[in-house]
Design a binder for this molecule. Structure first.
Ligand code: NDP
Ligand code: 2IT
Length: 449
């Protein structure tokens, strides 16, 4: 879809020129700007105060060297990043990713989307993101620790419980957050809620581990119920990835009556027509840190196929991409549509290419965009921050109930925003608009800054 509004065209042209080598960032910005056309037409102050021009430029971008010593005594060097994108509605908040593909473009697309997602959670959090091109695969616990300590030695000067609060993302779970928290505490001599996703013995929140996957299913259930009068019950579900988000999406989808038949990693996918045995998956992925391929060797009746893209050829009612950006392209989307998929909701960030989204929407498939459907993780991080500030710990049931309520609210806020601007049913536009308007109002109230 080509932009028609002259102001938005000008902003996009500027981003394309200034950030020319950043395809993922330009992709994320283009999608949001396309959603904003009716908003900018209806609200001339947005152009007058150049709110869109300001919101597409990060407040701060930090890049740093991360030197560390491997188990053989060799000195290694990686590149660390933190983007502090927007603080209009609260302290910067967003995860840290450790993956060899991490670069300026990836960090900026994630940080940009995080701003709108965080606004949707109803909690006071600005947007940020960070990480490194360090590859955790095959590293020992001590190598991971030395990397995390070196990474935090620099990062600690930029973050703080009221400034910028990182958390996990790809390659960063409880182990890494623990090492980073320990280093922050040691350098700063303060025990604060500077990171979320912490262990339960040192300020972590119950249900944070489960939150993104559970939240994705709460959102999907509400979308199915309100837009189709349907539910997970009796549905066949395909979920890509086999990390934190995929595992807990599988758990909740199964609890809600769905049958999850496939999971993947970057090498290939497993198909289990009897429904995934999640205990086996947790043992392989959470305990042994192994590959999903091993599932097929342990569970009779299941098969492993090389190549992760093939997972989208499995016939299903509901598809939940939970691995990484641009993992689901137009061709795969068309196969899912031809196979009768009724709903797609994104657990990963930007997993569907623009062509895939177009294919789903034009076929009338329910589509939950990442900023809305995977916001349960950061929402629960926000609840962890609240508990840390109060110096209290809530029960699993309390946190889970709040998470569910937030996901239901996000669905309705996105649905209603799309309807208000004449795009009923388009949750991509609705999520972008609802998140944008909250941030824009705060930016306008705070003056040009
Ligand atoms: P994990 O590191 O726990 O798991 C990542 C999974 O995705 C692994 O199965 C991994 O396979 C697969 N994967 C990663 N990169 C690729 C790739 N290039 N091609 C194919 N598969 C890939 O991360 P999470 O589960 O935490 O994150 C998954 C997605 O969810 C990400 O997009 C993340 O940004 C998003 N997200 C995470 C949240 C959280 O709270 N953790 C919150 C909201 C969104 P392999 O082992 O082979 O690399
Ligand atoms: O993409 C995301 O929302 C996350 N990785 C979670 C961020 C957080 O601060 O919990």
């Amino acid at each position: 879809m080509a932009l028609k509004n002259e102001y938005l065209k000008k902003v996009l042209a500027e981003v394309e020129k200034r950030d020319a080598g950043e395809p993922e960032f330009i992709q994320a910005v283009t999608e949001v700007l396309e959603s904003l056309e009716p908003v900018v037409e209806a609200r001339p102050e947005l152009e007058k105060l150049n709110v869109v021009g300001r919101i597409t430029e990060p407040e701060r971008f930090i890049q740093f060297r991360v030197p560390w010593v491997d188990d053989n005594g060799n000195v290694q060097v990686n590149r660390g990043f933190r983007v502090e994108f927007n603080s209009a509605i609260g302290p910067y908040k967003g995860g840290l990713r450790l993956h060899p593909t991490v670069c300026t473009s990836v960090i900026k697309f994630l940080g940009f989307e995080q701003c709108f997602k965080n606004a949707l959670t109803t909690l006071p959090m600005g947007g940020g993101k960070g990480g490194s091109d360090f590859d955790p695969k095959g590293k020992s616990d001590m190598e991971i620790m030395r990397f995390c300590q070196s990474f935090m030695t620099e990062l600690c000067r930029h973050i703080g419980p009221d400034t910028d609060v990182p958390a996990g993302d790809i390659g960063v779970g409880g182990r890494e957050i623990g090492f980073m928290f320990g280093q922050y505490k040691r350098i700063r001599n303060e025990f604060t809620g500077v990171l979320t996703g912490k262990g339960l013995t040192y300020g972590g929140s119950l249900a944070r581990t489960e939150a993104t996957g559970y939240g994705l299913c709460y959102f999907t259930e509400e979308m199915l119920s309100c837009m189709k009068g349907d539910s997970f019950k009796g549905k066949t579900v395909v979920i890509s990835g086999s990390g934190n988000v995929a595992i807990y999406a599988t758990e909740k989808a199964t609890q809600l009556g769905g049958k999850v038949v496939a999971l993947s990693d970057s090498n290939g996918y497993i198909y289990d027509p009897n429904g995934i045995n999640l205990d086996v998956v947790k043992q392989i992925k959470e305990v042994e840190r192994g590959r999903i391929k091993e599932y097929a060797a342990r569970v009779p009746g299941s098969v492993y196929t090389e190549g992760c893209k093939g997972i989208w050829t499995i016939k299903c009612d509901i598809a939940l991409p939970c691995a990484t950006q641009n993992e689901l392209d137009e061709e795969s989307a068309k196969v899912l549509v031809a196979n009768g998929v009724m709903a797609v909701a994104e657990g990963a960030n930007m997993p569907s290419t623009p062509g895939a989204i177009e294919a789903f929407q034009s076929a009338g498939i329910l589509f939950g965009p990442a900023k809305a459907s995977n916001a349960g993780g950061v929402a629960t991080s926000g609840l962890e921050m609240s508990q840390n500030s109060q110096r209290l710990s809530w029960t699993f049931e309390e946190v889970d109930a709040k998470l569910k309520n937030i996901m239901v609210t996000i669905f309705h806020d996105s649905y209603n925003a799309a309807k208000k601007y004449g795009m009923e049913g388009n949750l991509v536009a609705g999520a972008n608009i609802a998140g944008f308007e909250k941030i824009a109002d705060a930016m306008i109230a705070q003056g040009v800054c």
